[in-house]
Design a protein around this ligand. Sequence first.
Ligand SMILES: [Zn+2]
Length: 59
Amino acid sequence: MFSGRPACPECESQQTHVLLRGFPPGPPPPGTTLRGCTIIIVDGSALTQWECGVCGSEW
Ligand SMILES: [Zn+2]
């Protein structure tokens, strides 16, 4: 279920979750973190796309 996902830059775990923005029409698929409708831009960089399921790091 986590195959093909990038490893965590902090702990190298591959239990990486996709960060979903907005509200999908159905329940989020496994391995997905739902973040509601708030769009957060940190230091003007790209949106965070991944969250580590082990240490909680986001990148
Ligand atoms: Zn991690």
